[in-house]
Design a protein around this ligand. Sequence first.
Ligand SMILES: NC(=O)c1ccc[n+]([C@@H]2O[C@H](COP(=O)([O-])OP(=O)(O)OC[C@H]3O[C@@H](n4cnc5c(N)ncnc54)[C@H](OP(=O)(O)O)[C@@H]3O)[C@@H](O)[C@H]2O)c1
Length: 326
Amino acid sequence: MRCIEIAQPGGPDVLRLIERPDPVPGDGEVLIDVAAAGVNRPDVLQRLGSYPPPPGASDLPGLEVAGRVAAVGPGVTTLRPGDAVCALVSGGGYATSCVAPAAQCLPVPGRLDMVAAAAIPETFFTVWTNVFERGALKPGETALFHGGSSGIGTTAIQLASARGARVLATAGSDEKCQACEALGAEHAINYRTTDFVAAVQKYTGGRGVDLVLDIMGGSYVPRNLAALALDGRLVQIGLLEGEPMAAVDLRRILGRRLTLTGSTLRARSVEEKGRIADALRREVWPLLETGRVKPLVAATFPLAEAAAAHRLMESSTHIGKIVLVP
Ligand SMILES: NC(=O)c1ccc[n+]([C@@H]2O[C@H](COP(=O)([O-])OP(=O)(O)OC[C@H]3O[C@@H](n4cnc5c(N)ncnc54)[C@H](OP(=O)(O)O)[C@@H]3O)[C@@H](O)[C@H]2O)c1
């Protein structure tokens, strides 16, 4: 197969097109002929050397693919060669062939092509488990999503509004704010010109939001807590500010009965990811099938130009997802 390896930690140019033998599907796994592979911010962090693959995962970058099943490993009864799938993987997506646990494969929604399908797994698994399971967002509640124009943000806005929640979002430009509102956010806050805590309090009549999904950490943590309503939940899924420590006024957590939680997806077991896949199939696939929710693809690049895809991601000028096409 052709694939992209990280020659050494560093800038985008360390992404190198090479050839390797096709991976072999093990128990419960399938081999996928990759038609498209999603690019995610964690791939950038892996390239920089700050997000190593978990034990047993491929050293190649790439957390999601779409394509056709080429072969099935022992014990796989749910998929057959030729099936069109999109899959969450713990590495190895930047390649023409990739193995995935069958439990982490989902059918390509009828309306979508392979490029759009490849843009689904990483953000939909992450948003589902963090916003609706861990964060327990319910219809009628209000959520604040930081990085509203990111892959994660564009997914969160659409899913939460489709499920009857009210959505506020932050983004770094007026153009990005407009995109967030077009996707279903009632109000998007340009955090470069407006203090988001004040904007949230103003917009919610001083009540605050029920849930904050945060990708920044650091100085955002106390501000997120200040934006929460009574019984509010802060779910931490990223640390883009680069600061793992945060100062928290515990009196606010006690007095306002707040929950501070967070998670990462990649290191979870196949069983846990399979359980999330089952929930997505039941709760979210109907929304993708009808077109109520759809992945927003900002740009595609040939596999060989993975470095250019990373440069675009690091420029943060994209709105939605970036996809590689082998
Ligand atoms: N925990 C998990 O399981 C999990 C899974 C997937 C992703 N994540 C995390 O979710 C976040 C978003 O991922 P993604 O793939 O959706 O990323 P993405 O599409 O690249 O979007 C990231 C966005 O964050 C905003 N941003 C604000 N401050 C930033 C900074 N200091 N550096 C970089 N970006 C900054 C940028 O938009 P603005 O112009 O609005 O600033 C940027 O477009 C990342 O932190 C990622 O690690 C977590």
